[in-house]
Structure formats: structure tokens, C-alpha cells
Design a protein around this ligand. Structure first.
Ligand SMILES: NC(=O)c1ccc[n+]([C@@H]2O[C@H](COP(=O)([O-])OP(=O)(O)OC[C@H]3O[C@@H](n4cnc5c(N)ncnc54)[C@H](OP(=O)(O)O)[C@@H]3O)[C@@H](O)[C@H]2O)c1
Length: 314
């Protein structure tokens, strides 16, 4: 079968012929997204350590098995074994999540675990309730676009986005943000002023895949007892978040990772995401690219040169 192979950490993958997998349920892959986690694991610098090579990357995918359309996770790049970027993937039955027939497999794959993280960081860790004002950082990314749309669907009164490039700001607007703040400076005090102007009074919740200056800025517009949920560090591993901002308003700063989800909670969240895609409530920018073009697509995704999440189709 045709498969994408990472042969050396830090080097772009290749497409090659390899023996089909065996062992679990064999899923014919329809769609496999290239996510930040795939790119990170393949560098060999993630906290999972350098992966055993060669391996097929792809921590999630959508495929068919016996007439069912299913979403599936893998631990490719985090533990030995192959992932979703191949014609066929081997997946334990318990990990398969049945999808509604109306949901476009490529659109579900594009949203995938990024939308799961947005959804659960908002509603579960972030305890979003109807009528609240939410600030979504990195709103041009997949987590951010999903968070803008899912916060709205959960009844948020106002959603203020923060996004860096003009293309990302455009995606945030397309996702339905009420206002968009340009994250084009590292001056967190200047950014805080922009957020204060874009918000309608103090915010209740910040959804933060960026950390760095944008998180420190957004924390300054939270109300007393407000929450900031961090789920990524695209802007920086550290942040100039200061003690007086935290303690003067008794803020709650929370972390979130998909890695601690039980298979049941993850499966239920994927179904919620797929239903939202099928109903047209959730749509993230993506490109569909044939699996054969994976090496160039991988490099384009890593360099930020794509028009959204690239989804490989075998
Ligand atoms: N905790 C979890 O379970 C979980 C799950 C999924 C994702 N994540 C993490 O969440 C983050 C976002 O994921 P994603 O899927 O949304 O990624 P993505 O689609 O690649 O989007 C990343 C976004 O971050 C923006 N960005 C990058 N550097 C920035 C900076 N210095 N300042 C401001 N914005 C910056 C990019 O803006 P431009 O468009 O302007 O380049 C882009 O829109 C990643 O770190 C990912 O690892 C965590």
C-alpha cells in the first residue's frame, strides 16, 4: 500500500510502498490531517522523545470499515507504531468512533482533535455558560476557528478574537468573531488596550492556544474570578503574565490537554464535533491534498504557507 513515511526525525517525510498493517481492525483511510502534533513529533523534539523510525505519521484520521464511516486516533510519533497517513490503518475496535453519514469526512478530519480541544477547553475545563463574553486567541488557527464557532453555539454573548497575520484575522472574521484584535506586536500592554476596546466590558473566559504576550494581554481584560484556559504555546513557552493581574482579580489559570481524555469522553466530543460539521455550525479552513503530494504539503503546513489545515486523501 502507499504510505507516508518519516525516515529520519527532523527531515520531511517521503511517500513509499509498504506492506499493509495487520493486528487490529483495518480501516481504509479517507482523510488524514497534518496537525501541529504530527509536525512536532516528527522533529524528534517533542516531550514524547525521538520517535522510532521509519514510521507512518498521522495521529488521527477518518476512514471506512465494513460500510461504517469512522474517526480514529493513533499514537504515531508518540509511541512506536504507524498512523493515519496511509491507504490503510490498523486501529483497535474500541478506538473507532462512528460518524454521522451526513458529515463530510475531509471536513471532520480537518476539525478533528483541534476542535475537540476547543470544545472541551471551552465547555468542560472553561465552564462556559450562556451569556458570557469569550476571548479566543490564535483565532485563525484550527483550534481558534473552532473555538469561535463553538463558543457562539454554546451561547456566548460576544466572542472577541485575537489573530496574527491578515489571513488569520480574515479566518477569525469568517468564523464569526464579533471583533478581531491584531496580534502584530509583542507589547502585551498595547495588546491589552486593544482587547479592552474590542470587549464589551470585562471578559469571562479566555481560550488560549498561544501563551506568550497575547495570553498576558488577554488576562488583563478578565473580570474578577475570570478563567484563562491554556492549551498551546504557539506564541511562546513562557508569558509575561504578572502576579498583580492574577491576584487582584482572583483569576483562574487552567491547563488543558487532549492526552488526558478517556476514550469515552474523547469519542463523545468527536461525535459532537462531527454533528456540528454536519449541521454547518462548524467549518474550519482546510485544503484537500492527494497523499502522493504529502512531502510538499508537509513542508507547506510546517512553514505556515497553507490556506488552513491540510488534509491528505489516499
Ligand atoms: N492541548 C491540546 O490538547 C491541544 C490540541 C490541539 C492543538 N493544541 C495546540 O494548540 C495550538 C494551536 O493549534 P492549531 O491546531 O490551531 O494550530 P494551527 O491551525 O497551525 O494554528 C496556529 C495559529 O497560531 C498562530 N500563531 C503562531 N505563532 C503565533 C504568534 N507568535 N503570535 C500569534 N499567533 C501565532 C498562527 O497564526 P498565523 O496564521 O498568523 O501564522 C495560526 O493561526 C498548537 O500549539 C497546538 O499544538 C493543543
Amino acid at each position: 500500500m502507499r504510505a507516508v513515511q518519516v525516515r529520519e526525525p527532523g527531515r520531511p517525510p517521503v511517500v513509499a510502498e509498504q506492506a499493509p498493517p495487520a493486528g487490529h481492525v483495518l480501516v481504509e483511510v479517507l482523510a488524514a490531517p497534518i496537525t501541529p502534533l504530527d509536525l512536532l513529533c516528527a522533529t524528534g523534539t517533542s516531550y514524547f522523545g525521538a520517535p522510532q523510525t521509519p514510521y507512518v505519521p498521522g495521529v488521527q484520521g477518518v476512514g471506512t470499515v465494513g460500510g461504517r464511516v469512522v474517526w480514529f486516533p493513533t499514537s504515531a510519533g508518540m509511541a512506536p507504531g504507524d498512523g493515519s497517513m496511509a491507504a490503510v490503518a490498523s486501529v483497535p475496535e474500541a478506538d473507532l468512533v462512528d460518524l454521522p453519514a451526513e458529515a463530510d469526512p475531509v471536513a471532520v478530519a480537518a476539525a478533528g482533535l483541534s476542535a475537540v480541544a476547543a470544545y472541551l477547553a471551552l465547555t468542560w475545563r472553561g465552564e462556559l455558560v450562556e451569556g458570557e463574553q469569550v476571548v479566543v486567541l490564535g483565532a485563525g488557527g484550527v483550534v481558534g476557528q473552532a473555538a469561535v464557532q463553538l463558543a457562539r453555539a454554546a451561547g456566548a454573548r460576544r466572542v472577541v478574537a485575537g489573530a496574527r497575520s491578515t489571513a488569520a484575522q480574515e479566518r477569525a472574521r469568517d468564523a464569526g468573531a464579533d471583533a478581531v484584535v491584531a496580534l502584530d506586536t509583542d507589547d502585551h500592554l498595547a495588546l491589552a488596550d486593544r482587547f479592552a476596546q474590542a470587549c464589551d466590558g470585562p471578559a469571562d473566559l479566555v481560550l488560549d492556544p498561544l501563551f506568550g504576550a497575547p495570553a498576558a494581554a488577554a488576562a488583563r481584560v478578565l473580570r474578577p474570578g475570570g478563567r484563562l484556559v491554556n492549551l498551546g504555546s504557539s506564541a511562546g513557552e513562557t508569558s509575561p503574565l504578572d502576579s498583580s493581574t492574577l491576584r487582584s482579580r482572583s483569576l483562574r489559570v487552567l491547563g488543558y490537554t487532549n492526552n488526558e481524555l478517556s476514550p469515552e469522553r474523547r469519542g463523545a466530543a468527536i461525535r459532537t464535533v462531527a454533528d456540528a460539521v454536519a449541521r454547518g455550525v462548524l467549518a474550519v479552513a482546510h485544503e484537500r491534498v492527494p497523499l502522493e503530494q504529502a512531502p510538499a504539503a508537509w513542508e507547506r503546513q510546517a512553514a505556515g504557507g497553507s490556506a488552513g489545515r491540510i488534509v491528505l486523501t489516499p
